[in-house]
Design a protein around this ligand. Structure first.
Ligand code: XUL
Ligand code: CO
Length: 436
């Protein structure tokens, strides 16, 4: 039986670019073929549980603004929340969802009760997923809200907290595995520090390395085929977070022998907080072979903190998908909306409208990115820019075939006299604007 939370709306249709229906897609047409593949299979949209169904609308200066009939810490409320959540997933036609343990089950008195509550909800999810066809993009553990984690989970000075967190992650990987999840995410919410005055950086790095190795080992023990993903973020809630950005996470993975096992879930807003562009983080992860998935939610450029807004900038989104497609697209990953409404957006349908806008912007971005790739609009220039490296001496130099002394001899003998060439940035920017 439908809950009626979203009124009459059961399915948001595709109506094309001329539609003025706020509850219709103008660009996202799941069956449209882009670069030989259905749009739905390219974008692999997921809606997240936490922002839409758990966050009460509070900010540092005020409490709850949303009134939702499932706001209570009971199993009945958790089931009602699941009913509404799956109604939203179905109405939007998102093929996937994502959740933290704490989003979906009431908080128990301790580990055993948490595990029981989670397992009961996982049973419920199994039925809902079967009925609706909605799949799990990733599961994760909330290791940052409860006060036991205030000084970190894996990086806590207290080994009991490490153990509690590890045990909790075990239950969340079990849940993800049971639900056929494509990935498991670790965002190090409080893996960082408030002050170096009380922090042993070196020890905390080794704790985090042990923790992630345990996770990877467990994944193999139980035969979980999904990808383990780490989500970088530079600060907030900690003053400094260890998984600062893609480059930092890569160094961490290398240091602990995990670069072939773990990939990254890159969030647009986190990239901006780290002082990068979203496409920088994606392109770097592709170059390093650790690109996994994305959280498609932006920050307000003026705020300096994580505002988790739905995407609304077609040009930015196009460049993100350009680098995703250029690297071969998603495999186990997808486009998760880790995005929330503004706290004044009280109406149930605001949840639908927000996702519809985000999905449409992504569809526009994807289409533009695909056309740029098909036309080689940027890549032809980039390829030509590096073409000199195909010359035999240059190829030998890159492969390590020359010493510095031999290079000096070559430069002298060949009379090399390099001439600067235009980087054509404005031309390329104009080209991108033509596609968006
Ligand atoms: C926090 C954040 C998280 C992760 C999952 O900034 O992005 O919601 O995506 O824990
Ligand atoms: Co996120």
């Amino acid at each position: 039986m439908a809950t009626g939370f979203f009124g009459e709306v059961t399915r948001v249709p595709f109506e094309g670019p001329d539609s003025d229906n706020p509850l219709a897609f103008r660009h996202y047409d799941p069956d449209a073929i882009v670069m030989g593949k259905r749009m739905e299979d390219h974008l692999r949209f997921a809606a997240c549980y936490w922002h839409s169904f758990v966050w009460p609308g509070n900010d540092p200066f005020g409490g709850q603004t949303f009134e939702r009939p499932w706001f209570a810490d009971t199993m009945d409320a958790a089931r009602l929340k699941a009913d509404v959540a799956f109604e939203m997933f179905t109405a939007l036609g998102v093929p996937f969802f994502c959740f933290h343990d704490a989003d979906v089950r009431p908080e128990g008195k301790g580990f055993a009760e948490n595990t029981r509550n989670l397992s009961e909800i996982v049973d419920y999810f199994e039925k809902k997923m079967e009925e609706t066809g909605v799949k799990l993009l990733w599961g994760t553990a909330n290791l940052f809200s409860n006060r036991r984690y205030m000084a970190g989970a894996a990086t806590n000075p207290d080994p009991d907290v490490f153990a509690f967190a590890a045990a909790t992650v075990k239950t969340c990987i079990d849940a993800t595995h049971r639900l056929g999840g494509d990935n498991y995410v670790l965002w190090g919410g409080r893996e960082g520090y408030e002050t170096l005055l009380n922090t042993d950086l070196k020890r905390e790095d080794s704790q985090a390395g042990r923790f992630l190795n345990l996770v990877v080992d467990y994944k193999h023990r139980i035969g979980f085929k999904g990808t383990i993903l780490v989500e970088p973020k530079p600060q907030e809630p900690s003053k400094h977070q260890y998984d600062f950005d893609v480059a930092t996470v890569y160094g961490f993975l290398k240091r602990h022998g995990l670069e072939g096992e773990v990939k990254v879930n890159i969030e647009q807003g986190h990239a901006i907080l780290a002082g990068h562009s979203f496409e920088h983080e994606i392109a770097l992860a592709q170059a390093l072979g650790i690109f996994g998935s994305i959280d498609m939610n932006r920050n307000d450029y003026q705020s300096g903190w994580d505002t988790d807004q739905f995407p609304n900038n077609a040009a930015e989104v196009a460049l993100a998908y350009y680098h995703i497609l250029a690297g071969g697209g998603f495999s186990s990953g997808g486009t998760n909306f880790d995005a929330k409404l503004r706290r004044q957006s009280l109406d149930p349908q605001d949840l639908l409208i927000a996702h519809v806008g985000g999905m449409d912007i992504c569809a526009r971005g994807l289409k533009a990115a695909a056309r740029m790739i098909e036309d080689r609009a940027l890549s032809a220039f980039v390829e030509e820019r590096y073409a000199g490296w195909k010359v035999p001496e240059a190829a030998k130099m890159l492969a390590g075939g020359f010493t510095l002394g031999e290079i000096a001899d070559w430069v002298e003998k060949a009379g090399l006299d390099p001439q600067p060439r235009s980087g054509k940035q404005e031309l390329l920017e104009n080209i991108v604007n033509r596609y968006v």
